[in-house]
Design a protein around this ligand. Structure first.
Ligand SMILES: Cc1cc2nc3c(=O)[nH]c(=O)nc-3n(C[C@H](O)[C@H](O)[C@H](O)COP(=O)(O)OP(=O)(O)OC[C@H]3O[C@@H](n4cnc5c(N)ncnc54)[C@H](O)[C@@H]3O)c2cc1C
Ligand SMILES: NC(=O)c1ccc[n+]([C@@H]2O[C@H](COP(=O)([O-])OP(=O)(O)OC[C@H]3O[C@@H](n4cnc5c(N)ncnc54)[C@H](OP(=O)(O)O)[C@@H]3O)[C@@H](O)[C@H]2O)c1
Length: 390
């Protein structure tokens, strides 16, 4: 990891883009969560040398993953194919079937076209036929197919034979995945850092792997570049005035952009105060970037560091509880003009943090729920309440 301060190259200088991804070389792949954690969170450093690419803090990195080669082979076997058959790739150009399944098409979660083909070709009545026939039962269909992948349907319907070209035409295009950048380019120059949770779970009796997160976690090596591009997030930048205080709420991998923010504020000598709320399951295993954060706190870059380890005690404690415990001070920061940032899980955390913010404005700010809603709305309008949630 370099610590030298460098200047970003203008993006216009680079021939690389989403359509023409840069092959980034992996420099570091380190486990951040400790053995014994319920999760596998990794810190990755990728070289941008020779790309002419630049990014800003708050941006995300787009990654084009390969599917799991073992799943590709299993799919080929289920299809009774050799892999050498020529099929149209996702861009319409002819490619061997093996490559198409590896790089062009989504072979994990099936799309509607594939499910419809299975239903149309299976004999007799079936749940899938029933659910597909009724547009009002979309949710039931999603529940029924939850945790099921293309391979499950192929293995449970061995009498259905798909010709290679017909099969790929039923699949969706393999999409790139976005990852919040956890480094400041001002500090790390030709490197980009990521904080990735490897998605692994079991469903219907089979171990499953998230396509991109496990591609990054276990398959990318020196000889295999990461096809990447930058995704600009203008809504998630640091305040233009370096004296503005910032409050950052980033549990789990939500810490990623805030590591970048703090590096940037440190490198530029920004005088504004910085307050980070971090949370995860257990302090002993899941305190991501602990040494770096404590060093920043001890060195004064981080004015306040509040943590919430949900599974270190009988009752769950989450970041929003730490916010509420510090309601008066958080309110004072807001009144001083602080920007409020949230990153991480969209489905539950971001909603609960939003509710806690309203509560703080009510209790510490002495406002009614209606006035608090207007206050938070005004924060959003002034672009002082910024979120990057997924
Ligand atoms: C702006 C943005 C920033 C992001 N930043 C980060 C980041 O910094 N770090 C990070 O790790 N991620 C981040 N993500 C999420 C990331 O983009 C991917 O969505 C994530 O890594 C999963 O992708 P995958 O290809 O590994 O999994 P996929 O192959 O896409 O698999 C995920 C799918 O698997 C299924 N699934 C998952 N768990 C289960 C289960 N238990 N049971 C049944 N089915 C299940 C679901 O259908 C789910 O949609 C970010 C996303 C966005 C949009
Ligand atoms: N859609 C979902 O249901 C779901 C759930 C979890 C994660 N994810 C996704 O999984 C990926 C990786 O997650 P991650 O490991 O980075 O972090 P994470 O699963 O979001 O967990 C980080 C911390 O947040 C806590 N947490 C759980 N619910 C919360 C809530 N309502 N409010 C505040 N904190 C809460 C967790 O506690 P506990 O785990 O002890 O409850 C944990 O301590 C992300 O992409 C995330 O979006 C999705």
């Amino acid at each position: 990891m370099s610590t030298e301060t460098t200047t970003a190259t203008p993006a216009a200088a680079s021939p690389y883009s989403r359509k023409n991804p840069f092959p980034g070389r992996l420099l570091v792949n380190r486990l951040l969560s400790k053995d014994g954690s319920g999760k596998e969170i990794r810190h990755l450093e990728i070289s941008l040398a020779g790309s002419g690419l630049s990014y800003e803090t708050g941006d995300s990195l787009g990654v084009y993953p390969d599917n799991d080669p073992a799943l590709v082979e299993e799919t080929l076997a289920a299809l009774g194919a050799t892999g050498e058959e020529t099929v149209p790739g996702s861009d319409g150009q002819p490619v061997p079937l093996r490559l198409a399944l590896l790089r062009h098409y989504q072979i994990t979660q099936p799309g509607k076209q594939f499910l419809e083909a299975i239903a149309a070709r299976s004999e007799g009545a079936s749940v899938i036929k029933e659910l597909l026939a009724d547009p009002l039962r979309k949710d039931d269909l999603a529940k029924y197919t939850h945790g099921m992948e293309v391979i499950d349907f192929l293995l449970t319907h061995p009498s259905i034979r798909f010709a290679p070209e017909e099969f790929v035409k039923l699949l969706r295009k393999l999409q790139p995945r976005l990852y919040s950048i956890s480094s400041s380019q001002r500090v790390h120059g030709d490197e980009v850092h990521l904080t990735v949770a490897a998605v692994r779970y079991e469903s219907h009796g089979r171990p499953r792997k998230g396509v991109a997160s496990v591609f990054l976690a276990e398959r990318v090596e020196d000889h295999m570049p990461v096809p990447l591009f930058f995704h600009s997030a203008k809504h998630f930048r640091l305040p233009e005035d370096p004296a503005t205080p910032v409050i950052m709420v980033g549990p789990g991998t939500g810490i990623a952009p805030f590591r970048a923010f703090l590096q940037e504020r440190q490198a530029t000598g920004a005088p504004g105060k910085n307050w980070l709320f971090f949370g995860d399951q257990k302090a002993a295993y899941d305190y991501l970037y602990r040494e770096e954060l404590e060093e920043m706190r001890d060195g004064g870059v981080l004015t306040r560091l509040d943590t919430a380890f949900s599974r270190d005690q009988a009752e769950k404690i989450y970041v929003q509880q730490r916010m509420l415990e510090n309601a008066d001070e958080l309110w004072r920061w807001l009144e001083e003009g602080a920007y409020f940032y949230v990153c991480g899980d969209a489905s539950r955390m971001a909603k609960d943090v939003d509710a806690a913010l309203h509560r703080i404005v009510e209790t510490a700010g002495g406002k009614t729920p209606e006035e608090a809603a207007l206050y938070v709305e005004a924060l959003k309008k002034a672009k002082r309440y910024r979120r990057d949630v997924y």
